[in-house]
Design a protein around this ligand. Structure first.
Ligand SMILES: Cc1ncc(C[n+]2csc(CCOP(=O)(O)OP(=O)(O)O)c2C)c(N)n1
Ligand SMILES: [Mg+2]
Length: 654
């Protein structure tokens, strides 16, 4: 590195070293190792705008190796982002500081997303790159033409999700995607040869990626590789051979620099070795000015792009708004509901969902997909068009059998701008998606999961495919709405609620099997919006409340009617979304739950989450073991989830 660049890179290094030391916690090794690459990237290639971090056509920089977050904070501060001050850096990892340990995502700050769980960032970046291609196709490459960079370490590439995401990126020929591999051959346990002997080049090449190998401390090699990457016809990985903890005489090249402060004595030695004479957190004016000049230059370039394109972009209202349901979409939704109410035929809710998707498939910012279960999830309608390698004019992604990457990609698609992704798999495989769903909830992203085959009702595929504890585990994720609609009308209403939830991802759990409708009249109000509502009452005076969701709601209604013939009166509460119900005011919740001493729940699933409503005196009809392989009605009978058994047990209790 020449003297000037060396100083710029050392500014990153020492801010990172000092912040971690002050916090007495953090990861100095990666920022010290990747400071040279990051300097050349930000100085010469990355298109960004510290004055408008949300500039739509900015390059995206994703820090998959999120433990190295001080690298990003340093860069944002040095290049002049208002979001990160020197004080924030001094407060690294302290309560409510923007400089959190792993900052996931921070709107309008330059923090696109960084990941705590290694490998997620790679999948997010693939999502960003897809989103860029989709938008480019829609608005033209004059308005959208940016790159996505992702910095990933050994750990990210060891994680399984990296395989899924890189493979799909290669298949789709995402030439706008550049992965910077911090190839320092060190992770926490020590040298990576303790556990890996992958041939990285062959691995990437087999996915359809280009692969370059450079010395990550040699500015000419870094520059040349990044220059080459700009024109790549494929996604490209640049393997940067670096020294973790670069500059530390005793900890450089060792895992001891990965995740703890270097210590006062060692820091003195690093200062000496890198000839950095300044006190902690002091960046000499000249160096800071040089960094600020990098930021200003980037801003100027960005501003001219913005000025030229702002007018045209501002005309595209869908780019700014969330999913906008036009009058014609609304009336098509209403008409489909009314038509259905005339027939009231039994229908699987996955099929109802398909009918909804057919109506909204024209929304320009809704991007569908499935992890190789398209025909089962009913996520693709006649009106959808497939996204193909190198051709992004469609609105439907075949993710392949890659549930985890699908959900990680959807986070990237959602974070990129105003595209709203939905993706399907079986509810049971939500377990393969969980880390990404959790991050969507944490990052407040509007991502919609279409999880079909939502109970033992899927039948013969048996216990490996039958969700039992999945609804409970999804319901336990904060800021995630789990919808389980009971019929056509509810399915439409739940989809509409998922569209409305600006900062909350949604799961829509749907049946494989046909079920009887429970809503036989359609008022204008979206009754699911309260999370739970009274769907049946057999008398003014009742002594029983039956709660249920999804496919069990029609069973609950049958039970209520049967009990009424024996002068036992009840009401049935359809509860498609516990989270929304829990947000209702006390009066409403009392109205639903406070009327009878006995409350029972029916859901073909693990029962724990219902106990908060039924209390210890209540009855919970569900399944607390694994399922069975058989025709589905036999399985329901096996678990005594049927009219006779449940009615009998309720009578016994009463
Ligand atoms: C899914 C997941 N597993 C484990 C961890 C804990 N962890 C954080 S960093 C790290 C080692 C990563 O090694 P590498 O990517 O090579 O980073 P480097 O040490 O080179 O900075 C581990 C195991 C994590 N953050 N996420
Ligand atoms: Mg490493």
């Amino acid at each position: 590195m020449n003297k000037n660049n060396k100083e710029l890179a050392n500014a990153i290094r020492f801010l990172s070293i000092d912040a971690v030391q002050k916090a007495n916690s953090g990861h100095p090794g990666m920022p010290m190792g990747m400071a040279d690459v990051a300097t050349i990237l930000f100085k010469n290639f990355l298109r960004f705008n510290p004055k408008n971090p949300n500039w739509l056509n900015r390059d995206r920089f994703v820090l998959s190796a999120g433990h190295g977050s001080m690298l990003l904070y340093s860069l944002l501060y040095l290049t002049g982002y208002k979001s990160i001050s020197l004080n924030d850096i001094k407060n690294f990892r302290q309560l409510n500081s923007i400089c959190a340990g792993h900052p996931e995502y921070h709107p309008n700050s330059g923090i696109e997303t960084t990941t705590g769980p290694l490998g997620q960032g790679i999948s997010n970046a693939v999502g960003f790159a897809i989103a860029e291609e989709i938008l480019k196709k829609k608005v033209g490459n004059k308005l959208i033409n940016h790159k996505t960079y992702v910095l990933a370490g050994d750990g990210c590439l060891m994680e399984g999700i990296s395989h899924e995401a890189l493979s799909l990126a290669g298949h789709l020929k995402l030439k706008n995607l550049i992965l910077l591999f911090d190839n320092n051959s060190i992770s926490i346990d020590g040298p990576t040869n303790l556990s890996v002997s992958d041939n990285h080049k062959k691995r990437f090449n087999s996915y359809g990626w280009d692969f370059l190998e450079i010395n990550g401390h040699n500015e000419k090699e870094i520059f040349k590789a990044l220059k080459k990457a700009q024109k790549s016809k494929k996604p490209i990985a640049i393997s940067c051979k670096t020294i973790i903890g670069y500059g530390s005489p005793n900890k450089g090249g060792k895992s001891s620099s990965h995740g703890s402060p270097l210590g006062e004595e060692e820091i003195k030695l690093v200062r000496k070795k890198l000839k950095w004479k300044h006190e902690p957190f002091v960046i000499p004016e000249k160096i800071l000015n040089n960094w600020r000049a990098v930021g200003d230059k980037a801003s100027k370039k960005a501003q001219s792009d913005e000025k030229n394109n702002q007018k045209q972009l501002s005309k595209l209202s869908w780019l700014k708004n969330e999913l906008v349901l036009t009058e014609s979409i609304f009336s098509a939704i209403e008409k489909t509901k009314q038509d259905y109410l005339k027939s009231l035929d039994p229908i699987a809710t996955r099929k109802c969902s398909e009918k909804f998707l057919e109506i909204v498939s024209k929304l320009p910012n809704l991007i569908g997909g499935s992890a190789d279960l398209t025909g089962s999830n009913n996520t693709k309608t006649k009106k959808h068009k497939i996204i193909k390698p190198g051709n992004f004019s469609g609105n439907y992604i075949h993710y392949g059998v890659r549930e985890h990457a699908m959900c990680g990609l959807m986070n990237g698609i959602s974070l990129h701008s105003n595209l709203v992704p939905y993706g399907g798999t079986f509810l049971i495989f939500s377990d393969y998606c969980k880390p990404s769903i959790r991050l969507a909830a944490m990052m407040k992203q509007k991502v919609i999961y279409v999880f079909t085959h939502d109970s033992i009702g899927l039948g013969e595929d048996g216990p490996t495919h039958q969700p039992i504890e999945q609804l409970t585990s999804l319901r336990s994720i904060p800021n995630l709405n789990v919808f389980r609609p009971a019929d056509m009308i509810e399915t439409f209403e739940c989809w509409q609620l998922a569209f409305k939830n600006k900062n909350t991802p949604s799961v829509i759990a749907l049946t494989r099997q046909k079920i009887d409708p429970v809503r036989r009249k359609n008022g204008s109000k979206n009754l699911c919006s309260n999370g739970a509502y009274e769907i049946l009452r057999t008398n003014d005076k009742i002594k029983l409340t039956i709660l249920s969701s999804g496919s069990e709601t029609s069973l609950a209604c049958e039970i209520s009617h049967k009990l009424a013939t024996e002068n036992i009166y009840s009401k049935v509460i359809s509860m498609p979304c516990q989270e929304l119900f829990d947000q209702q005011n006390e009066n409403y919740r009392k109205e639903i739950l406070g009327e009878t001493d006995l409350i029972v729940s029916i859901e073909a699933s693990e029962t724990n989450f219902w106990k908060k409503y039924t209390g210890l005196q209540g009855l919970n009809f569900g399944i607390n073991s694994f399922g069975k392989s058989a025709p589905y009605k036999d399985i329901y009978n096996n678990f005594e989830l049927n009219l006779e058994s449940i009615a009998k047990k309720i009578k016994q209790r009463l």
